[in-house]
Write a protein that binds this ligand. Structure first.
Ligand code: ATP
Length: 213
């Protein structure tokens, strides 16, 4: 599989496609048109056709795409069979919500453990995930490849340094802090406050066309 030929933008949309197709498959639906897909995942159908052409799925006119074929492809590409172990650092409001959610809809990622400093939280479990003291990070984190950061901003940099030393490969940073990592570590930054503000800004300054006009 020449996976590295898939453009990054396409790769980012794969989980979206995967989730929708998985739902269709559960409902026993065998095929889907790019128009239906487009409406469901909110990606225009030209982009979907281009994305799918990268993995050799060419929709037939009047037939659409074969759901099972696509799912098989996505499973392989997204490493659905290989579980990526995730750790969560900081069991506050946001962290607690993630532990309850635990991304069970993606079969390939699982929060295996969480870390905090609070004596009330350490030693307990949330959503079946054990919470350890941050002092035990090095001892526990061995097989974990990805970390979710939901600590206060002031803690982000120090914890990142430790995570990098422990060999973490990816960090999903939910703190407003910008963290610095060496080149081989990938950081995705999600600042929910900024996302919300930006949505409100766009609503105000770039209103969408009213369908009734
Ligand atoms: P959130 O921002 O997730 O809503 P919160 O307001 O409940 O969180 P914060 O002060 O942001 O609380 O802290 C998030 C969590 O991070 C808390 O449970 C806190 O105990 C924990 N925490 C603070 N410092 C550290 C640290 N150095 N290592 C691990 N966890 C920490």
């Amino acid at each position: 599989m020449e996976q590295n030929k898939i453009p990054q933008a396409t790769a980012k949309r794969l989980p979206l496609y995967y989730r929708f197709l998985n739902n269709l498959n559960h409902q026993g639906i065998k095929r889907v048109s790019s128009k239906e897909l487009s409406e469901a995942v909110k990606v225009d159908s030209a982009t979907i056709r281009r994305d799918f052409s990268y993995f050799g799925a060419l929709g037939k006119k009047g037939y659409g795409y074969n759901v099972e074929y696509l799912l098989g492809f996505f499973r392989k590409t997204l490493d659905q069979d290989e579980l990526t172990q995730v750790a969560l650092i900081g069991v506050g409001n946001l962290g607690t919500a993630f532990l309850h959610y635990n991304f069970m809809k993606n079969n390939n990622t699982k929060i295996m453990m969480a870390f905090d400093t609070s004596p009330e939280k350490v030693g307990t479990e949330i959503g079946g995930v054990p919470i350890y003291h941050i002092d035990d990070l090095e001892a526990k984190i061995k097989d974990v490849r990805v970390a979710i950061l939901t600590v206060p901003s002031s803690e982000a940099e120090g914890i990142t340094t430790r995570l990098v030393k422990d060999g973490i490969e990816g960090i999903l940073n939910f703190t407003p802090a910008r963290i610095t990592v060496p080149k081989h570590v990938r950081v995705h930054h999600i600042d929910l406050a900024v996302e919300l503000q930006s949505l409100v800004y766009f609503l105000k300054h770039y209103p969408l066309q009213n369908e009734r006009d």
